[in-house]
Ligand binder design. Structure first.
Ligand code: GLU
Length: 516
């Protein structure tokens, strides 16, 4: 058995060899701008980024917008914004520089036209003049005979002279790729050996459409090659296409990258996450107030890639730590279950961490100020002093999941100062002497406060519930909420006593009284 430090040494040696063996690691995230970035997309981007950083490689962003009918205006910009928000740094991409651009596929049509010539010349691709009507008839026939619809490869067999004459007539056509047997299994970095013979199930796929735009498969392969991509890490839904891609690499005579497919992200009960569920969009998490690092830790905790420390406390790793510790061999090959409670735990941890650092603490304070102002636009006398907010955050950080929770109506007493208070059930003198007594307390804790308040009511001959009702109104202007002593503790001594002092009727006599 190796001793622990020998094992660590071995692990480090392995990492060093990997790092230098792959000094040219280049990975990419290649979203289609057809909607917003969701958890699955973030996971793919993140694993590519972690892998690149772990091995000192480059992370590229490529926008795959060849399906012009599905484009959503502004989607690319929002995708980039979400990636940056999550802390993912883009080394090359649209607007980020790099020697392999343009990084937007719709700007690379000349490159694809050149590439397809090579396949037409070496006979691995052919022009297809089948009309939409013929294809539709093929589909209907297949359905009638209960078969999976597939193109029958008719135009593969056209004579060169026929092709020339159809071209001369300007007949609309697309270009298809000749699928052949693919016998060698795919060595998937995550799933291991995977066998899938695409030509058994599919007809020859279109690679250049009649509008001259390439299809996903063709553009993806050409770009991965020209951009020097060494590893393709993407969702498992693309695994079935990979043999097609390997055949394309072979037809070009290119060395394919290594492929690793990331399993499905699923709900805690194993059901599939749906893109249509608006609540898996990154924007949704941002709007609800989740912090980037907690979301990142949440996503990787489901997907694996890290040493599992049994019984280890839930922790929030920085992106740098995640990059360092990431190991492709540890990525799960089974569906990754997401449990939302974990995200809440992680966000609580992140609030605590941010509170501990002066700089991030100040940012938290600013965020709370904005949130409160937004939540209570009609109130002009809000209590938004920095010291008060820090106190509230310290008090609540153990149980606070989202900063927004601080603006819930039952906590409104924290921010909204009471107005139109009318002193009843307690005389002015009594309130003044209560303030003086409370001011002597060293520990402004709930239990001690309760004892003090009870004692005060008793000596003054006051009805305890009535006195508490008055105090509650003086402190918060509310009829309900947490107990008065708890409210005082949360507000803290200075704020609580200030509010009681402000509750004193403003007469000249009172102004002249000396109240501590
Ligand atoms: N454009 C594809 C997507 O949106 C990229 C798939 C791949 O990474 O090859 O998922």
């Amino acid at each position: 058995m190796l001793k622990v430090n020998q094992q660590t040494l071995l692990r480090q040696c392995l990492w060093l060899t990997q790092r230098y063996a792959h000094s040219q690691v280049r990975v990419r995230f290649a979203p289609s701008p057809t909607g917003q970035l969701h958890l699955g997309g973030l996971r793919t981007a993140l694993y590519n980024f972690l892998y690149a950083r772990h091995l000192g490689g480059k992370f590229l962003l490529r926008i795959e917008d060849t399906d012009q009918t599905r484009l959503v205006p502004g989607a690319s910009e929002r995708l980039v914004e979400d990636l940056l928000w999550a802390g993912i740094e883009i080394d090359e991409g649209p607007g980020f520089g790099g020697r392999h651009g343009p990084y937007v596929q719709s700007q690379r049509t000349d490159i694809y036209s050149k590439a397809i010539k090579k396949l037409l010349q070496n006979g691995t691709a052919y022009r297809c003049f089948c009309t939409e009507r013929r294809l539709e008839l093929l589909r209907k026939e297949a359905l009638r005979t209960r078969q999976v619809p597939r193109y029958d490869n008719k135009c593969r067999h056209l004579q060169a002279a026929d092709v020339e004459s159809l071209l001369a007539q300007g007949a609309p056509h697309c270009i298809r790729f000749k699928l052949t047997e693919h016998e060698e299994p795919l060595e998937d970095l995550v799933y291991g050996s995977v066998q899938h013979n695409v030509s058994d199930n599919e007809g020859d796929p279109v690679v250049i459409k009649s509008d001259h735009f390439p299809t996903y498969h063709f553009a993806n392969v050409v770009d991965d090659h020209l951009m020097g991509i060494t590893h393709v890490l993407r969702g498992v839904e693309w695994q079935i296409s990979t043999t097609k891609h390997l055949l394309l690499y072979k037809a070009f005579g290119w060395q394919p990258p290594k492929f690793g497919h990331l399993p499905l992200l699923v709900n805690a009960d194993g059901t599939k996450l749906s893109k249509r569920q608006g609540d898996i969009g990154i924007q949704h998490f941002r709007e609800r107030g989740y912090f980037p690092l907690s979301l990142v830790n949440y996503v990787v905790s489901a997907g694996g890639g890290f040493q599992h420390k049994a019984h280890a406390k839930q922790q929030l790793l920085s992106l740098q730590e995640l990059c360092q510790q990431f190991e492709m061999e540890r990525v799960n090959a089974h569906p990754s279950r997401l449990s939302p409670e974990l995200l809440d735990d992680l966000n609580r941890l992140e609030i605590g961490q941010r509170l501990a650092e002066p700089e991030s603490r100040l940012q938290l304070v600013k965020q709370v100020q904005e949130l409160v102002k937004k939540a209570y636009p009609e109130h002009s006398n809000l209590d938004l002093a920095e010291a008060h907010i820090v106190d509230v955050l310290n008090w609540s950080s153990q149980r606070l999941t989202l900063l927004q929770d601080l603006t819930s109506s039952k906590l409104s007493f924290l921010w909204v100062k009471p107005s139109n208070f009318e002193l009843k059930d307690l005389s002015l003198e009594q309130l003044i002497s209560l303030i003086t007594e409370l001011d002597t307390l060293q520990d402004f804790q709930k239990d001690e406060l309760n004892v003090k308040l009870k004692k005060f009511a008793k000596t003054e001959g006051l009805k305890f519930p009535l006195m508490m009702k008055t105090l509650r109104a003086a402190l918060s202007g509310l009829n309900e909420g947490p107990g008065v002593a708890e409210m005082m503790e949360i507000l803290d001594k200075s704020v609580a006593l200030d509010r009681l002092r402000e509750a004193l009727p403003k007469t000249d006599i009172n102004r002249n009284r000396k109240i501590v």
